[in-house]
Design a protein around this ligand. Structure first.
Ligand SMILES: [Zn+2]
Length: 290
């Protein structure tokens, strides 16, 4: 089953729901950045959160989620677009921390205390940024806090990544349920109860459940109207040409220095790990053109 994202509204517009399966794209991020298990889980949850928060993007809109914690993971940065493409990186992919009880990966300890920033670039003059202090560093709770404080939307957020004994990503997914202003007490309680009893999202995805089936479980069988389904994938969008422009922006002096010292330039894209090499003749050409 390919990774996908669904949107829906339920119980006569009393809640909104977004859910995604992201196993393949989180595994691709793991391979590209060579993340170890805790980092795979932290980055994977953030990639999934980026897609879910960006589910309403249109056209050329962009959503960037940045987590700056003081834990060993360092910064985590993820960017999602309206086409269901997401990219992202974690500053320290090679971190190893003792597992918690029941084999849970200690994402909160890896992230630590700090801030979460969500920037929406909707083609207006100024992109909008909302920031909140991290609640636990587990990312799901932090995103829920962001939605409540910054967007005034009470939300339940569950994100999960299951890493296998071979360190590969076996399952990944997430769900966000947002109560709308007309939500009744009954609907609220029903969703709260169902979420409490629900298995972790990663286990559900691992059992082969679709986002629709996960939603049905999460809302305790309340009626949901699904609006659309989008395929989602890891895609950076970087290219040799774009990287060359960034290199050129360093200026003639700096490129000359690289040329003298190293004879070639290697630039690795932060977001996807792709390595771009520019050899001596190419650098000479750039220097001449600047
Ligand atoms: Zn890239």
């Amino acid at each position: 089953m390919s990774d996908c994202l669904i949107r829906g509204v339920g119980a006569n517009k009393q809640f909104r729901v977004f859910a995604a399966t992201t196993t393949d794209l989180v595994e691709e991020a793991r391979r590209r950045h060579d993340t170890w298990p805790v980092a795979s889980a932290a980055l994977g949850r953030t990639l999934t959160a980026g897609l879910l928060l960006g589910a309403n993007l249109k056209g050329a809109d962009l959503l960037t989620l940045r987590i700056f914690g003081d834990g060993p993971a360092g910064a985590i940065v993820v960017s999602a677009n309206a086409a269901g493409e997401v990219k992202g990186y974690i500053q320290e992919p090679h971190i190893d921390l003792p597992r918690l009880k029941e084999g849970k990966l200690p994402v909160g300890d890896a992230v630590g205390k700090g801030f979460l920033h969500v920037t929406k670039d909707m083609g207006l003059k100024e992109p909008f940024t909302g920031s909140v202090e991290l609640e636990s560093g587990e990312i799901g709770e932090d995103v829920a806090r962001y939605l409540l404080i910054s967007e005034q939307t009470p939300s339940a957020v569950a994100l999960g990544v299951l890493v296998g004994p071979d360190c590969q990503v076996k399952a990944s997914g997430g769900i966000i349920i947002q109560l709308l202003p007309d939500a009744s007490e009954e609907v609220l309680l029903r969703i709260e109860e169902s979420l409490k009893e629900m298995e972790p999202v990663s286990s559900l995805v691992n059992r082969g459940m679709t986002p629709e089936e996960i939603v049905a479980l999460a809302v305790g069988g309340l009626e949901v109207r699904f609006l659309e389904k989008t395929l989602v994938r890891f895609n950076c969008g970087c290219s040799r040409e774009k990287v060359k422009d960034i290199l050129a922006a360093l200026g003639k002096d700096e490129i000359e220095r690289i040329y003298q010292e190293q004879d070639q330039a290697e630039v690795r894209c932060h977001f996807c790990g792709e390595l771009y090499c520019f050899d001596a003749p190419e650098l000479e050409m750039m220097i001449r053109q600047l």
